[in-house]
Write a protein that binds this ligand. Structure first.
Ligand SMILES: NC(=O)C1=CN([C@@H]2O[C@H](COP(=O)(O)OP(=O)(O)OC[C@H]3O[C@@H](n4cnc5c(N)ncnc54)[C@H](O)[C@@H]3O)[C@@H](O)[C@H]2O)[C@@H](O)CC1
Ligand SMILES: Nc1ncnc2c1ncn2[C@@H]1O[C@H](COP(=O)(O)OP(=O)(O)O)[C@@H](O)[C@H]1O
Length: 514
């Protein structure tokens, strides 16, 4: 199923609706019980110390305490004064089953930590407003020191580690390092990006059965599952031929950076393009004989000639293209065919020159240049940056990273998977080829972006399993066929899931070009 990304404001909206409908108690029960189940499954031994804050995050901790006791665990609870009515109610329920609650203080915490094997952090959730108040910072530091003293000590965070701003990828020193975070309803942006995501440890999302359509309504972005992505991929007829599988042009390469165009070409071939031609002013290495390479004397005359010839189903422009990239990209955009713009073609002066069938693929540095901001600002909130870029450039934007964000006219989508070994040169070039190949096979622009990013990430996972951090872009290209097969294995399930959930990922496949 599609998972959703919920900003703290979105979570609050859902919270308010649940409260008005009298369902918040049920949601808290489901959330707290889920925390207990996940904790017990992953960390079956050791005394559990639950830390409950005053808000609803603390309420979840009281519910979890009750269920952990039912599961036969030894449980201690230390709490702050409860301010939320449901937290008070669940504190009473905990007492009614014989549970005791101590007041959280440096002394009580020190004592309880001495006997604990697992700490449940239920102090601050989405209701946290930075910065962390000093007393709390001190307790969080105590928990942090306790965890670092022994390798078998675990911290399980409820919804998100305390001190983490749910909307930001940045962290401060106070934020607890969790081993596992059990989050509810949707991914909070902090659990997806940057240093904040690393503090969450492993994340389990519990969608909660209570009125899921409200989550969808208030979501900031979607996170399609593999079966849903697979439903976007084209399926060929048995009589397919190279013309019907899509003709792709790669426009790139410059003396010294010809490998970029070659890698894009291989990416396109491995993602199913029928015919791939590289147009370049430089001598592009013939990395595989199936690629056609045309070397030209200069761009102005070449662009005129190419514009008058039969145009391809899709093209990718910019990989290693060099100083004339903006002018070349502008001419290519005037041809009005599905176009991927990458690397040197990602120039601010092209804003307004694009069309609906463009995919712009900046990494955070390129995104910052296009937006005229600092790279750190892009990295802090990739969802906002991707949206801002899409409204400035039009078409579809893929803001690359681990994970990548796809911004399309109907919304935002965050990719799954990938591998840290993909942080190496040429990965983005390969992706450009993949995206052009999917556009050439008739996928619409958002569909090509969502499916292409996941296909590339899946190939990265496969290559990463084999090569680890030593993986190179050619390895990823070599795994694209296997990645496609992995996704297709779930295609039918994906189509059914999309239909029954009424979830629109993107309109998907427009049919193969003639
Ligand atoms: N949205 C929903 O429908 C659901 C929410 N649930 C839980 O509810 C949580 C949100 O609950 P709340 O909105 O009550 O907020 P929280 O419980 O996350 O935080 C509010 C508490 O934190 C304190 N606080 C805020 N900023 C602070 C700071 N800078 N320093 C120290 N203390 C600070 C407040 O005084 C208050 O006691 C979620 O994270 C989740 O755990 C769950 O019960 C499941 C259902
Ligand atoms: N840690 C990571 N996890 C997942 N994917 C990653 C990671 N690092 C990089 N990638 C992917 O690798 C690609 C890198 O693109 P880019 O920086 O443009 O590379 P290049 O310019 O060298 O071709 C992107 O698709 C990005 O999503």
């Amino acid at each position: 199923m599609t998972a959703f990304v919920l900003s703290p404001q979105g979570a609050r909206r859902v919270d308010e609706r649940l409260e008005r409908a009298g369902l918040l108690d049920l949601a808290m029960e489901e959330a707290g019980r889920g925390v207990a189940d996940v904790l017990h499954a992953h960390y079956p031994g050791g005394r559990v110390l639950l830390l409950a804050g005053g808000g609803a995050n603390g309420g979840d901790a009281f519910v979890a305490a009750r269920h952990l006791q039912v599961l036969g665990r030894d449980v201690d609870v230390l709490a702050l004064p409860s301010t939320h009515p449901l937290t008070r109610l669940n504190r009473r329920r905990w007492r009614s089953v014989g549970g005791e609650t101590g007041l959280l203080s440096p002394r009580s915490l020190r004592r309880a930590l001495a006997g604990a094997g697992v700490v449940v952090d239920g102090l601050l959730g989405t209701g946290f407003t930075p910065p962390v108040r000093p007393a709390l910072a001190q307790w969080l530091a105590q928990v942090q020191r306790w965890r670092e003293q022994r390798a078998d000590r675990r911290v399980v965070a409820i919804d998100l580690p305390s001190g983490l701003d749910a909307a930001s990828s940045e962290v401060t020193d106070e934020v607890v390092q969790a081993d596992h975070t059990v989050t509810f309803m949707g991914w909070k942006p902090a659990l997806l990006f940057g240093a904040a995501a690393a503090r969450a440890g492993q994340v389990t999302l519990l969608p909660l059965r209570v009125v899921p359509e409200w989550v969808q309504e208030h979501a900031q972005a979607t996170r399609p599952s593999d079966p849903e992505v697979a439903a976007l991929l084209p399926v060929r007829r048995a009589d397919a031929h190279k013309g019907s599988a899509g003709r792709v042009w790669i426009v790139g390469g410059h003396p010294g950076t010809t490998g970029a165009a070659a890698m894009a070409g291989v990416g396109a071939l491995r993602a199913g393009a029928g015919l791939v031609t590289i147009h370049s002013l430089a001598e592009v290495p013939l990395v595989t004989p199936e690629l056609m390479v045309r070397r030209h004397p200069d761009w102005p005359a070449t662009l005129l000639e190419l514009g008058r010839s039969p145009l391809p189903g899709a093209l990718a422009v910019g990989m290693g293209l060099g100083p004339e990239a903006a002018a070349v990209a502008r001419a290519a955009l005037s041809w009005n065919v599905p176009t991927v713009l990458d690397a040197d073609a990602l120039q601010p002066e092209l804003a307004g020159a694009g069309h609906d069938r463009c995919i712009w693929t900046p990494h955070p540095g390129e995104a910052a240049r296009l937006l005229g901001v600092d790279t750190r600002e892009v990295a802090r909130d990739p969802l906002m940056a991707a949206r801002a870029l899409q409204s400035r450039l039009g078409g579809v934007v893929v803001l690359k990273g681990g994970p990548s964000v796809v911004a399309h006219p109907a919304g935002l989508s965050v990719s799954r998977g990938g591998h840290p070994g993909m942080a190496s040169a040429g990965m983005g070039d390969t992706l450009s080829g993949v995206l052009a190949a999917l556009l050439g096979q008739g996928l619409d622009t958002p569909g090509a972006a969502i499916a292409g990013v996941r296909l590339h990430a899946r190939a990265g996972e496969r290559a990463g399993a084999r090569h680890g951090y030593g993986l190179i872009a050619s390895d990823v290209a070599g795994e694209l066929g296997g990645a496609w097969a992995d996704l297709l294995a779930d295609r039918e399930a994906g189509i059914q899931a999309c239909r029954s959930a009424g979830v629109m990922l993107a309109s998907g496949h427009a049919g193969p070009p003639e």
